[in-house]
Design a protein around this ligand. Sequence first.
Ligand SMILES: Cc1cc2nc3c(=O)[nH]c(=O)nc-3n(C[C@H](O)[C@H](O)[C@H](O)COP(=O)(O)OP(=O)(O)OC[C@H]3O[C@@H](n4cnc5c(N)ncnc54)[C@H](O)[C@@H]3O)c2cc1C
Length: 333
Amino acid sequence: MDAISYERAGDVAGAVRAVQQPGAMFIGGGTNLLDLMKGGVARPMRLIDITHISGLDTVTTLPNGGLRIGALVRNSDAANHSLVREQYPLLSQALLAGASPQLRNMATVGGNLMQRTRCGYFYDTAFTQCNKRMPGSGCAALEGHNRMQAIFGASPQCIAVNPSDMSVALAALDAVVRVTGPAGERTIPFAEFHRLPGDRPDVDTSLQPGELITAVDLPPPLFSANSHYLKVRDRASYAFALVSVAAALQMDGNHVRVARIALGCVAHKPWRASTAEQMLNGQPLTQTRLHNAAAAALRDARPQRDNRFKVQLAQRAIVRAVNQAAGRTGGVA
Ligand SMILES: Cc1cc2nc3c(=O)[nH]c(=O)nc-3n(C[C@H](O)[C@H](O)[C@H](O)COP(=O)(O)OP(=O)(O)OC[C@H]3O[C@@H](n4cnc5c(N)ncnc54)[C@H](O)[C@@H]3O)c2cc1C
């Protein structure tokens, strides 16, 4: 058994300082990190507990009308906060679609953004090939069971997907991640926060060493009237998505003024369906246009042997989620 030291950070500066020690990692709710440690996937020598830092567990309105959600806000509290429910129902729905009530009570917003892939070859150390766990060792998923893996943005090094539901909604909402590190504070647009695997699948995000996520900022609420999070999974609860869709619309009668569509569990990061968005923007929302947009969203998909079904599933899920967001019924997933 490895010896692990535990340290409780009192403030942001202390946490950033402490995590620069060799082998140190932040721990939030621990719902992902402790599993990874038990399985021998993560082997920190020092745990820096950030959950007692004050000021990071609040939801506050921003001067521009947006919302700041502190990194230590628990997933349950974020989902059930009155401002999130009223102004960003898409985010509330995505959070409530994740994990279980008990896990959501523990999990933090920062930890949710940083959760690792659920690829079985990453989790099971009996497999000696996993470039994400052991850079340079290969990717067992390429020739293995790859039903849950990526259909977009994969590389010969890694075909794993990002499993976070919350992140799919944040991608559609164009959130911004606030971080503090040894070099000070900075913000990261959500689209740049998670990475594609390329030849460094061991690196999930654009966070620099020692950086602490302090909050997520949401722009002013433009999509509260017309949004929907659709999660398609093997069983109705307590399962990661096969495919998910965050759809957010600004409607003007039957016309779509602005469409935002993000897909989850299809890539190493939440995947914005920009082509489909452009095909809907400024146009009447007809079923033909919507089906064409959904087809265009999947045109460049590169499925693996076992997950070709995700292509059609994602198309149908886009149709259904956009229709639901527009307040209509229609489309099957
Ligand atoms: C059985 C099970 C089912 C689940 N189902 C779902 C699901 O359906 N959908 C879904 O989206 N998620 C699901 N999850 C994942 C769950 O949402 C994550 O485990 C949780 O959000 C992680 O948050 P945490 O605070 O516990 O993170 P921790 O486990 O404490 O930390 C996770 C990682 O984040 C880092 N970290 C934590 N906070 C910060 C910070 N502020 N700044 C920088 N780094 C930080 C840690 O160092 C660690 O690397 C499931 C988990 C389990 C165990």
